[in-house]
Design a protein around this ligand. Structure first.
Ligand SMILES: Cc1cc2nc3c(=O)[nH]c(=O)nc-3n(C[C@H](O)[C@H](O)[C@H](O)COP(=O)(O)O)c2cc1C
Length: 225
């Protein structure tokens, strides 16, 4: 029998993956990025076919990866992880560097970046698995630790949306977890759950300007579940 909670024991980092050019660039939050060979250095990237960034990577043949740090602000997740660049310009107002291939690299909240040329592409069903060969990389900040997916879940209480390859249906998960009788509120933007039982503060008692700790959404975006 598959114990779905064992999937949480697999470790990942968290990144902003971008592609495009100065006229039109876009990016998304990814946890499925990892090194696959060292000579030459190649990396695998798993990108949902519905992600706008997927189309842009296919068109340009290059992608950049910004390594997010542990204290990265919630707005960066809200902007890149729960909304699509089809609906607004995600790059507007961001600190962008253009790589040697001309693709955008987000510098905000990042401790390093890598730039890769796509050398292979595999169809893995809902997602494309891109293999990228490293063409450039820089460290931006030596003082902060990289954000891990486990830290995002356990400390930042973040939830990955459906497009993430590691998405887990909360309803399925709930059957594994002992139920409690206090109210829970769900952020309709990013899916973050505010659990009164754990937080020890009633949701109604939170200040009116309180924001979702994951995506920065207003209190009014939460619904009781
Ligand atoms: C923590 C987290 C991890 C994610 N990991 C992935 C991933 O590995 N692959 C993926 O395709 N989408 C992933 N996503 C979902 C995309 O970031 C999200 O669907 C994004 O809105 C797509 O943006 P785009 O349409 O502008 O490309 C993740 C989101 C979050 C918040």
């Amino acid at each position: 029998m598959i114990d779905i909670t064992s999937l949480f024991k697999v470790t990942y980092g968290l990144y902003i993956v971008c592609s495009g050019n100065e006229t039109k660039g876009n990016g998304y939050i990814s946890n499925t990025f990892f090194q696959v060979t060292s000579e030459p250095p190649k990396f695998a990237l798993c990108c949902n076919k519905n992600n706008f960034t997927s189309e842009i990577i296919e068109k340009h043949g290059f992608f950049s990866v910004s390594v997010l740090h542990q204290k990265a602000n919630s707005e960066i997740f809200g902007r890149f992880g729960y909304k699509s660049g089809r609906d607004f310009n995600k790059m507007e107002g961001m600190l962008i560097k253009y790589g040697i291939s001309g693709i955008p690299i987000v510098l905000n909240e990042s401790i390093a970046y890598l730039e890769c040329k796509v050398v292979q592409k595999f169809d893995v069903g809902t997602h494309w698995l891109f293999i990228g060969e490293l063409i450039d990389a820089q460290v931006l900040d030596e003082t902060n630790d990289p954000m891990t997916y486990a830290y995002f879940h356990q400390v930042r209480k973040g939830v990955a949306p459906k497009n993430a390859p590691t998405y887990i249906d909360q309803a399925k998960l709930a059957t594994k977890v002992k139920s409690v009788k206090l109210e829970k509120f769900k952020c309709t933007i990013c899916g973050h759950i505010y659990d009164e039982n754990k937080e020890k503060i009633k949701f109604a008692s939170l200040a009116a300007n309180w924001k979702c700790p994951i995506c920065g959404a207003d209190k009014k975006e939460f619904i009781v579940i």
